[in-house]
Ligand binder design. Structure first.
Ligand SMILES: Cc1cc2nc3c(=O)[nH]c(=O)nc-3n(C[C@H](O)[C@H](O)[C@H](O)COP(=O)(O)O)c2cc1C
Length: 170
């Protein structure tokens, strides 16, 4: 069968619209509530860009939803001595042990911590490294925030917003 240019273009158009990015999952791991609070601010910003944003704590996040995730924004604090917050452990361990292919996911991590601890922001660093290992595409560099996290958050958010705008236009 001959394929004419018009056919090819319409095939590509269909393919593009099938993978249009319109959903952003925001997940957080918290011990004292900071990443939870920031996640609501992130949701607002992401909604303003015209995406459908959904915020969940990591305990509520359904692992079965992973194949449908397009963009994953992870806000992770560090607990204990460089540990994941309790609510993050199941998701982290599942990903670490089962190693699903996440190459369809665009992601970025905001890490909250405290430089007075030996393992500064280790949980966020570990999450970032894990997602990279599983093939996910980092759309904005991780930012590691000290106790006064507002400035780091603003920088990260601006980078994420710019990356999301690019994804939308792609
Ligand atoms: C019990 C406890 C242990 C902590 N351990 C670490 C740590 O090992 N490394 C680090 O960078 N920050 C550590 N922190 C600091 C928190 O990660 C930081 O205060 C963060 O902003 C808390 O965010 P959250 O309210 O979302 O849990 C610890 C805080 C607490 C209360």
């Amino acid at each position: 069968m001959d394929i004419i240019a018009g056919d090819i273009n319409s095939v590509y158009k269909k393919k593009e619209s099938a993978i249009a990015i319109n959903k952003v999952n925001i997940i957080y791991g918290t011990h004292t509530g900071n990443t939870m609070m920031l996640s609501d601010e992130v949701e607002e910003k992401v909604d303003e860009l015209g995406f459908n944003a959904q915020v969940e704590d990591m305990e509520d996040f359904e692992i079965d939803a992973l194949p449908h995730v397009q963009v994953l924004l992870v806000l992770e604090s560090t607990d204990g001595e460089g540990d994941q917050p309790l609510m993050s452990e199941d998701l982290f361990d599942y990903l670490n042990e089962n190693e699903p292919d996440l190459s369809h996911i665009h992601y970025s991590v905001l890490a909250l911590g405290d430089t007075s601890y030996d393992f500064f922001c280790k949980a966020g660093k570990d999450f970032d490294a894990l997602l990279e290992r599983l093939g996910a595409i980092r759309i904005a560099d991780r930012v590691d925030c000290d106790v006064d996290y507002e400035e780091g958050y603003e920088v990260w958010m601006e980078n994420v917003v710019n990356a999301l705008k690019e994804l939308k236009e792609a």
